[in-house]
Design a protein around this ligand. Sequence first.
Ligand code: NAD
Length: 255
Amino acid sequence: MSKQLEGRVVLITGGGSGIGRAAARRFAGEGARVVIGDLVSETAEETARTLRDAGNEALAARVDVTEEASVRAFVAFALDAFGRIDCAFNNAGVLGPVGELHACSLDDYEHVMAVNVRGVWLCMQVQIAAMLAQQPPHGGHSIVNTASVAGLIGSPLLPAYTASKHAVVGLTRAAARSYGRRGIRVNCVCPGPIETPLAGPLFEHAGMRETMLARQAIGRFGEPDEVAAAAVWLSSPAASLVTGTPFRVDAGALS
Ligand code: NAD
């Protein structure tokens, strides 16, 4: 069977860990050429090296998604290497402190917003400008942002994170409406709890593991690869009619 993303150039942020690393593996498995960015250059390079060792085309670079110059350099790096970008998975994110709003410091709030919202904003701005200068591939250019179920309902112990992920859903919807006629589809994935380094403090918070598990209609937590599979499908020509969608990958928790 032919691969869904043969030859497509895909940018992935937060690709040194968790969902981003699983996505890099999945995109490469579908024939994509992947450019992996992360704040931690060693982990991004480790993801890329593993993929190259398996015969895929993969490059890595450090990117801080909160810094415009860094995002511009990351996109330029991909364009220099491969001459175009077809898809982006804007996935880098942070959780921030676990606790109620009155106990969350302004610095923590601003850090969460900087990575999760400003980061997605900057990445989309630079990627879309590059995409508009190109002929869209079959099925359109695709951008998938990583939101969360906390982009759809309130999480009382994650007020800044909730605000940031609602903003990611909003940015996704606005961009989908803007660019649909110009060949760019924009969606977001909304995962439920997935055991990655980011979610550790939430799982460790008193009683949270049991509370979250009780909500999972499927009766278990998800794996990073199950979110990656959704991101790959949304990026593929098979999803050519899908744009502006907050796509839940949440074991039915919000059903
Ligand atoms: P993770 O901690 O394993 O990976 C996040 C990656 O983002 C890390 O490699 C980190 O270095 C990178 N990163 C952080 N700040 C960055 C910055 N300024 N610039 C570039 N990279 C940066 O966590 P994960 O669970 O794989 O998270 C990936 C995404 O999934 C995040 O957006 C997160 O909010 C979202 N998400 C996670 C869960 C979950 O339960 N794990 C649930 C819903 C949504």
